[in-house]
Structures are given as C-alpha cells and as structure tokens.
Design a protein around this ligand. Structure first.
Ligand SMILES: Cc1cc2nc3c(=O)[nH]c(=O)nc-3n(C[C@H](O)[C@H](O)[C@H](O)COP(=O)(O)OP(=O)(O)OC[C@H]3O[C@@H](n4cnc5c(N)ncnc54)[C@H](O)[C@@H]3O)c2cc1C
Length: 512
C-alpha cells in the first residue's frame, strides 16, 4: 500500500526544527514539518540569542528589526532598592565590567557582540514566517507516535487532528526536543549524567514586594533571582532533580522554594507563568542512524545557564541543512551526512562539559566560594576572559576539512564577516550568504580559478570582490560559513573540495 510521501520530514517546529526546515528548503527540497502543539507555546524558555547564533541570524537575514521590549520604567524607590541589592555581599550582579554576561552566575564575560535579549517565541514566530515564505508545510497538531526505517525510506505513524495516519519520507530529522520520540524509536542511546539541581522560572505576584532586595543572589541553598517590574523569579537549589518533572507546579511548592532561599515568610498570591528545570546532561551517541538524524535538544540536553541551548541547536541546523538538501537532491552521496555527527558531536560534548563545570561552580558553600574567587582573578585577565567567552559563545569552533596542504591554512575556520566591494557596490559577506548557497569568493585570484567552479554553478555562487582585509586571494565558503578551501592550496585541490562538499557536478536527481 502506498502512503503519502515527503522527501524530508522534520519532527518538531521548535526553533531548531523550523531553522533546519528553512535551511533544507533554501535548496529547493520540499519539507514537511510535523508539530505536536497546535500553536507556539508562551511559557518561560530561552530569553535571548547569544554568541555565534547572533551571527547565524545575520547570515540568514533573520530577526531583522526584532528588538528587545523596552524595560518597564522604575520608580525612584525601586532604583534605590536595586542599588542597595547590588551592594549586598551576596549580590552576583556585575562589579568588574558593567554590562558583562555571566558564566556560572559570575558576571565577568565580555561578549564580542551584544546579546539579543528576546523571548525564544519571537524567534519561533520569525522562523515560522520564513518557513511560510519558503512554502514549507508546517502541520500543527500532528504528533509522531511510531517510526520504522529500511534502506529506502522512513515510515511514520502520526496522530493528527483528524485521526491517525501513516506517511513515508526519504529522510527524517528529529528536532522534537529533549525527550525526543524520534531518538527513542530509533534506538539511539542517550548517555549522560542525572541532574543535581531543581529550580523554577516564574512570573508571579507576591503580597510583600519588599520581601527581598531585587537582583541575583548567592544563597546558602543555591541561587535567588528577583526582579520587581514585572515580578520575575528564578530559584535554584542543590537538592537533586524534581521527583516528577511533569507534575503540575503548585503555587505552594514555588512559595516554599522562595521561602527557603530568602529566609522570609513571603506569600505568593498568583503564578502567571512558571516552568521547572534541572541540569541533566545527556548526548545522543550518534546524530545519525541510517535515514534518521537528530538536531537540537533531541541530540543533547544540559543545564540552560548561560544560554547554550539555542546557540548549539541553531548551529546543528546550519551544519545539517545544506548537507541533507545535497543528499536529498542526489548531488552528494549519503556519506556526507556522517560529517554532521563528526563535526557537531564534539561541539555538543564540549558544551555538556562546560555546563557541568558551570553547575559545579554554582554550588553553595565555602569551598566553591574559594574556587569562584580564584576564577574571578583569572577572568579579570584579558586573555583568559577572551578564551572563556569564545568557548562559551561557540566562537572557537573549527572543523577538520582534511589535509591542510590540500585545503589551505584557513580551511575549517569560520569566515569573518568581510566587508566587500563588488561590481554592484559594497556588501558584507553575511549578506551574500542569505541565500544559503555555498560561495567561491574571488578576492584577486582571477578568472581561471572562477572558471573551475563553473560546473557547480547550480549549487555554488561565484563572486568577485575587493576586500581591504582579504585573508587570502580566494575562499570557498560552505553554506554554514566555514571555509572549505583557500590558497595557497592549488586549483586541483579546489576541484577536490568542491566535489567533496557539493558533489560531482554531473550528479542530479533522476527526475531533473
Ligand atoms: C526554563 C528554560 C529556560 C531556558 N533558557 C535558555 C536560554 O536562556 N538560552 C538558551 O539558548 N536556551 C535556553 N533554554 C533551552 C532552549 O529553550 C532549548 O535549547 C530550545 O528550545 C531547543 O530547541 P529545539 O527546537 O531543539 O527543541 P524544542 O524547543 O523543545 O522544540 C521541540 C518541538 O518538538 C515538538 N514535539 C515533541 N515531540 C513531538 C512529537 N512526537 N511529534 C511532533 N512534535 C513533537 C514539541 O512540541 C516542540 O515544539 C531554556 C529552556 C528552558 C526550559
């Protein structure tokens, strides 16, 4: 019996699933997205986009004009209380560098580009608009319940608004979050460590706004964050993971956490929005099993302190999207998809390590106090500060592109956003990458080199430009922004790099 068929199905319309779907669709491959929820869910989640993810947005023209909500005006009395809070010895708010970002609640990091502090849902809305523009079919209210695969296809059982149905796909991407059904049904192991903390993020009303000074505070039991306008709280306690993460959160249990941490008898009168969280850190053993791939939280979970989740997941989507499209179009052999695991799995593993270290540094007690003082001394030094910021922001990433003698010294590095002068006028590299296509940038190499890329014209753009800060005479840049080849590696090796990443030019889908 023939079932409805799609070339690529993405399970999950969270930020990573939508981003991945858009990346695949940019290359003309039809995508269907299956999402359990009927609409975007407005509960507390990520509150900002940081580090490399900001650059990713720029290189795809996303979140343009989306700005932070203006802060609610404060009364003079509230400003005085904030200042008083900052002077308390247990205050964590920045003392060394105004505007610093925190690592393990130590406000010491100096990011290269300012964070975009917007709720995750605004990103999801922007991506949903882009997906609609690209003609992606996003089916909301459709839950994947079953999955099998053979050499040729993946078969899915889906529970839709009109009842259960089956469909088939050539390729399936599980972007269905930390408890991924796709991962479980594909028997991909998810080893790691259990959480040691539990906490709440909440917007709530209390009957005594003076119960505590506003700010971020290191407490005997963990951490207390309190902001007054609107009343917003984060609690963190080192009492093990929640017994049941899915149990409804009662006002009383949240109030007890506030009382324990603040040492007051505060009364919570209303909870508007609340989530509970922990810090279990797990990573899928592989990101690919045959025709099934995993990205985002489905591939890795970890504590969300310092906000690595979105950055890591969007990075996965950017790495996988063009590869999946190239395989789906028949340009490349499916082995290309193995480079997704080999490139992204180590980055995920490193993030888990950083997040475990950050939880260790947030434990209460004099031993960790001493460790934090030591680390503060180190992070006041420019070099150490730069290194940690770059690590936390994913700016350090480079990939193995093969023998440097054949690929050039810049291969594997992320290309900086070069300011270029083309025949049509000035343009930034990020703007040229908005199509999602690969780029051969001729910065003085000449027509012979450009001619080499002509057979790949349907998948690689060739652009001639002048650039005052040109790092080489030419750069072959993958759609994810990483350099695949640069001189002095020679023309023959350019052909090799084009073939390795973008396939043989004579390879096409049978129906093209
Ligand atoms: C309280 C909290 C605070 C956070 N703070 C930050 C932060 O400050 N910065 C940061 O970067 N990250 C933060 N994170 C993490 C961030 O929210 C996640 O990393 C991000 O949502 C991952 O995106 P995703 O698309 O991989 O998964 P998700 O956002 O979980 O999306 C998965 C989607 O799949 C759908 N789905 C699940 N199962 C099925 C199924 N069987 N069939 C169909 N659809 C399905 C779900 O409904 C969901 O829409 C926070 C998370 C929480 C909970």
């Amino acid at each position: 019996m023939a079932f409805p068929h799609a070339q690529v199905v993405v399970v999950g319309a969270g930020p990573v699933g939508l981003m991945l779907a858009c990346e695949v669709a940019l290359h003309g491959v039809p995508v269907v997205v299956l999402e359990r929820l009927p609409a975007i869910e407005w509960r507390p989640k990520a509150e900002g986009i940081t580090g490399r993810a900001i650059d990713i947005m720029d290189r795809r023209g996303l979140m343009v004009g989306v700005t932070e909500a203006p802060a609610m005006p404060l009364t003079a009395a509230q400003e005085a209380r904030i200042a008083e809070g900052e002077r308390r010895p247990d205050s964590l708010l920045p003392k060394a560098f105004p505007g610093a970002r925190h690592f393990a609640t130590m406000f010491l990091l100096r990011p290269e580009s300012p964070d975009l502090l917007v709720p995750q849902q605004l990103l999801e809305e922007d991506l949903a608009r882009r997906a609609a523009d690209l003609g992606i079919e996003v089916r909301r209210g459709h839950t994947v319940t079953g999955l099998t695969q053979d050499d040729d296809r993946v078969r899915l059982d889906v529970d839709g608004p009109d009842g259960p149905y089956r469909m088939e796909a050539d390729w399936l991407a599980g972007c269905d979050g930390g408890r991924s059904v796709v991962r479980k049904l594909s028997d991909i192991a998810f080893p790691g460590t259990d959480g040691v903390t539990s906490g709440y993020r909440a917007f709530a009303e209390i009957d005594d706004p003076g119960f505590h000074l506003p700010g971020w505070f290191r407490k005997d039991g963990g951490l207390l964050v309190y902001e007054e306008r609107p009343p917003r709280f984060i609690t963190l306690e080192f009492d093990g993971p929640p017994a049941n993460r899915d149990a409804p959160i009662t006002l009383e249990e949240f109030q007890e956490a506030l009382r324990r941490l603040s040492g007051t008898k505060v009364t919570v009168t209303e909870v508007k929005k609340i989530t509970r969280f922990t810090d279990n850190a797990r990573q899928a053993e592989t990101y690919r099993s045959g025709r099934v791939l995993l990205a985002g939280d489905a591939a890795h979970v970890h504590s969300h302190w310092s906000g690595p989740g979105l950055r890591l997941g969007l990075g996965d989507a950017l790495n996988l999207g063009w590869k999946l499209a190239a395989v789906a179009r028949g340009w490349c052999h499916e082995d290309l998809l193995d480079t997704y695991t080999s490139e992204r799995h180590p980055i995920g593993a490193q993030t888990l390590e950083i997040q475990r270290a950050s939880i260790a540094l947030m434990r209460p007690g004099p031993y960790v106090d001493a460790l934090r003082r030591l680390l503060t001394e180190l992070l006041l030094r420019d070099e150490a500060n730069r290194q940690l910021t770059s690590l936390v922001d994913d700016l350090h990433i480079s990939y193995d592109m093969g023998d440097p003698a054949l690929t050039g010294p810049l291969a594997g590095r992320y290309s900086p956003d070069l300011r270029l002068r083309c025949a049509d006028g000035p343009v930034r590299l990020a703007e040229l990458q908005r199509t999602g296509r690969a780029l051969l940038l001729d910065l003085g190499a000449g027509p012979e080199l450009r001619a080499l890329a002509e057979p790949w014209a349907d998948r690689v753009d060739v652009v001639t430009a002048e650039c005052d800060e040109a790092p080489a005479d030419a750069l072959l840049i993958r759609p994810d922004g990483f350099v695949a080849w640069s001189p002095p590696a020679g023309p023959a090796s350019l052909r090799g790099a084009l073939t390795r990443w973008f396939g043989r030019p004579d390879r096409r889908l049978a129906n093209e």
